[in-house]
Design a protein around this ligand. Structure first.
Ligand SMILES: Cc1ncc(COP(=O)(O)O)c(C=O)c1O
Length: 481
């Protein structure tokens, strides 16, 4: 349509009169500015659909790429919400009022273009249809009385479904009464720390290295966190002194190794004879690629091991649903802490997850993700091996999980340098050094989350990573602190 000097645009596809002031054949920035104005002045209200790039391009007689550029710009500025496969909509304002300050971004690096942040599944694979279908089935079946606050330790339907699932898939030995549902493993660890504190425990031992945010949780609950070194076989059992120790035996975070059978046995025997509690963080145990995963440690010592699992890797961290399998004597104290803190996990989501577990759609989804992550890991490892980096890079750990840790050549560029390069190439990932508790053990490396990018951008994310890894000399490739 618009070939006049300036015109009021009617989006024919939606029947909306947007009153866009536009010159003939506007460019992307001009179109963005007109759309921005329509959003600011409320002509395009929050939540409303924006004409598709195809319709707008056809109506204005410009290329679809120009409209896409305008949409992308407005999405980056927060005016539009662009989702693959869904109509573009106007974001929720207010747009002209000052934004609240002091609220940091949810995660470092999310402003970068290529998302290789560790710990994140491919969120575009979230099984929306299966989840919605399970929710429908669950809601049709649930008696109204069960939609009350619910049990702080979780809905019986989910505790039963988890008992069956964990026994079958991870070899966990439990009854539904020992399963406690939490709002994510971070919360679960806080609850356990509070219970330990109430029992007079003063310190917790932790694998060194470990995720800084997680090991900060017992500390925030007033417990001292002691570092115990990890070698190729897992935690050094002789170094454990505290009444409780947190380990990641299936896939050490962040090094990616698995605890040897010998070490697992030694850890469980020591825990039984010295009356220690072992917290087994099985955060990604479903994702082993080269063989059947090693079963849970919990089965070897169910009286001394607390097994912890989460939906954050198999489904989405946004669900905030995880579980603990407790030795029978801990159920009461955990219930007390949860009830006192008014921490009841959401009943509706628990029922939906229970239905997914029961119907097999959870297993199917895990299988789909496992195949994708296996392929990506293989691609990543061979790309790194073949890359022209001038310095050796050492992929560490077993073929499992959602991340790959890369040790750096001591004679090559430092981690700090590498992280700067990655930022320059707009690649979001994490450094290894900050994971060490004891500074003397500190080693440089990169922790790469190959599961994070959506399928369509994995190839480009990988290429951007390789460009960062093999940046030529003169752009900081010599070793400097
Ligand atoms: C080592 C480890 N354990 C557990 C979790 C899961 O935490 P949550 O269930 O709170 O998302 C994560 C997630 O980042 C993790 O990296």
């Amino acid at each position: 349509m618009s070939t006049n000097e300036s015109s009021s645009y009617r989006a024919s596809s939606l029947g909306l009169d947007l009153h866009l002031e536009l010159p003939a054949r506007p460019g992307g920035r001009t179109l963005a500015s007109a759309l921005r104005d329509a959003v600011r002045k409320g002509r395009l209200p929050a939540g409303s659909r924006v004409p598709s790039t195809r319709a707008l391009a056809a109506d204005l007689g410009i290329s679809r790429g120009t409209v896409t550029r305008a949409h992308e710009l407005l999405a980056a500025e927060g005016y539009l919400v662009v989702r693959q496969g869904s109509p573009t909509t106007v974001a929720t304002g207010p747009f002209d009022e000052p934004k609240p300050t002091g609220i940091p971004a949810t995660r470092r690096g999310t402003e970068l273009r290529w998302d290789l942040l560790p710990g994140k599944p491919d969120l575009s694979m979230f099984p929306r249809q299966d989840w919605t279908a399970a929710q429908h089935r669950a809601l049709r079946a649930v008696p109204a009385g069960e939609l009350d606050y619910g049990n702080p330790c979780g809905h019986p339907a989910l505790r039963t479904a988890l008992t069956e699932y964990l026994g079958r898939v991870r070899g966990v030995h439990t009854t539904p009464e020992q399963v406690v549902v939490c709002e994510g493993h971070h919360r679960a660890l806080a609850v356990l720390s509070a219970v330990l504190r109430q029992r007079g425990t003063r310190s917790v031992d932790y694998e060194d290295p470990a995720l800084p945010k997680l090991r900060g949780i017992p500390r925030a609950e007033g417990l001292e966190v002691r570092a115990v070194p990890v070698d190729a076989e897992g935690i050094d059992v002789t170094g454990i002194e505290s009444p409780a120790v947190v380990v990641t035996p299936a896939h050490q975070y962040p090094l990616g190794s698995t605890m040897s059978a010998r070490r697992r046995k030694a850890l469980c025997e020591a825990a039984a004879s010295e009356q220690r509690l072992v917290v087994e963080d099985d955060y990604d145990g479903e994702f082993r690629f080269d063989r059947e995963p090693v079963g849970a440690l919990q089965r070897l010592a169910p009286r001394n091991v607390v097994y912890a699992g989460t939906t954050s890797k198999a489904l989405a961290p946004g669900l905030r649903l995880s579980w603990l399998v407790l030795p029978p004597g801990l159920v009461g104290p955990v219930w007390e802490v949860k009830a006192h803190a008014d921490r009841n996990p959401p009943v509706f989501d628990q029922l939906t997850l229970a239905e997914m577990l029961r119907s097999g759609s959870y297993d199917q989804h895990v299988r789909r993700c496992r195949a994708v992550y296996r392929r990506r890991r293989k691609q990543l490892v061979s790309a790194i091996r073949e890359s022209d980096t001038r310095h050796e890079l050492y992929p560490a750990g077993i073929a499992a999980g959602l991340h790959l840790t890369l040790r750096l050549d001591p004679d090559g560029p430092s981690e700090e340098r590498m992280l700067k390069r990655m930022r320059r190439h707009s690649v979001a990932l994490e450094g290894l050094a900050e994971h060490w508790i004891d500074e003397r053990r500190r080693q440089d490396g990169l922790v790469i989350g190959y599961a994070a990018p959506p399928g369509h951008s994995f190839g480009n994310s990988l290429r951007a990573l390789l460009r960062g890894l093999s940046e030529p000399r003169g752009r900081g490739s010599t070793r400097q602190p």
